[in-house]
Design a protein around this ligand. Structure first.
Ligand code: TXA
Ligand code: MG
Length: 334
């Protein structure tokens, strides 16, 4: 069994025994890092207010940001939602377990702590076998944001969780690299028309096909939806989005100004001296899977600036472009 103990957080392979330990910790109100197919989550017992508070504190997340409640299967939707619309049943049947979160009107089980005071709740049935085993062993619902400090890049490997939250999470289950690599698609079904609040592994096109209707985009301008803040999912390095043909000249210009520059590019490029080339796979699925680890690599290499180009905004490319735009968003001056 691989075991890593730095600080005070323990990271162990997700064996059945480790999953039982994680489940016991959740029952005691402790925090557990666990893999999902999208990104690693920082899990707390969704019905234990002290545990949910501790999770917000560990992340450094403002209390009015709602958190997704993870369920073992779709039959539990009715335990958390005031009503389960036919659209939710259809999406659950098509995409769960999987990288999709639905927003429904909440019932009383969903506390203000979990919903950030909203009258809706985000619900997801994850497909990762470790997440499934943990949910079934625990027997309750797990409130889990991505296991990173607020505003930072989500973890797609167990060691990223330790990089972010060492000493703040009691146990991290290592289930390998996340298959999707970007956070779940969030579909709001609480309004008059379904709307995608955050693009992800399930595309708007797929959702529209199941619901046989067109899907709206996010109209949320309020920073309550953390994914809608202008800067989010961001590495320490500044991210700049440029056209394909500007990658190399812009890198040369920044390098000449004394900046340490990384270029994220799907194809081999002749880069100016001193500039780091971080290869990104050309194909969308593979790019999504490796994007966050690559942004972390830029930080590990102490880069000041990351230059990237946006993929075509169709299919999964929409989600990748969304995250790159957020990573490039204006930073809080603080
Ligand atoms: O893939 C994922 O969704 C991962 C894994 C761990 O499941 N979780 C995740 O959680 O990305 P988090 O907290 O980092 O992002 C959840 C997003 C936030 O932007 C939050 O504002 C939004 O979901 N959200 C949660 N509940 C909501 C609600 N009731 N209404 C609107 N947005 C909501
Ligand atoms: Mg997050």
């Amino acid at each position: 069994m691989t075991r890593l103990i730095r600080g005070t957080s323990e990271c162990i392979q997700a064996t059945p025994e480790a999953i039982r330990r994680a489940s016991d910790l959740l029952r005691q109100g402790r925090l557990v890092g666990f893999p999902t197919e999208t990104v690693y989550g920082l899990g707390a017992d969704a019905e234990n207010p002290a545990a949910v508070r501790a999770m917000f504190a560990a992340k450094g997340r403002p209390a009015d940001h709602p958190v997704i409640v993870h369920l073992a299967d779709a039959s539990l939707l009715g335990a958390w939602a005031a009503e389960v619309p036919q659209q939710a049943r259809a999406l659950a049947a098509a995409f769960w377990p999987g990288p999709l979160t639905v927003i429904l009107r909440r019932n009383r089980r969903a506390s203000d702590l979990v919903t950030g005071g909203l009258d809706t709740v985000g619900l997801r049935v994850p497909g990762h076998p470790v997440a499934q085993a943990l949910l079934r062993t625990f027997g309750g619902a797990i409130a889990a944001p991505s296991a990173n400090r607020f505003g930072r890049v989500s973890p797609t490997q167990a060691r990223h969780v330790i990089e972010e939250l060492d000493g703040l999470v009691d146990l991290v289950l290592d289930g390998g690299m996340c298959q999707v690599g970007l956070e779940s698609t969030i579909v709001d079904l609480s309004g008059s028309q379904p709307a995608v609040l955050r693009p992800g592994g399930i595309t708007s096109e797929q959702i529209a096909a199941v619901l046989s209707q067109s899907i709206g985009g996010s109209t949320a301008t309020t920073p309550r939806f953390s994914g809608s803040l202008s800067s989010h999912y961001a590495p320490r390095a500044r991210v700049e989005l440029v056209d394909e043909e500007s990658l190399v000249p812009r890198a040369a210009q920044l390098a000449a100004e004394g900046r340490r520059v990384a270029i994220l590019a799907p194809q081999p490029l002749a880069v100016p001296p001193g500039v780091v080339l971080l290869p990104l796979p050309a194909e969308d699925e593979e790019m999504a899977r490796t994007l966050y680890a690559t942004l972390r690599q830029a930080d590990a290499l102490a880069c000041d600036v990351v230059l990237a180009r946006l993929p075509a905004a169709r299919g999964l490319g929409t989600a990748i472009a969304d995250r790159l735009r957020k990573a490039a968003g204006p930073r809080d001056p603080a």
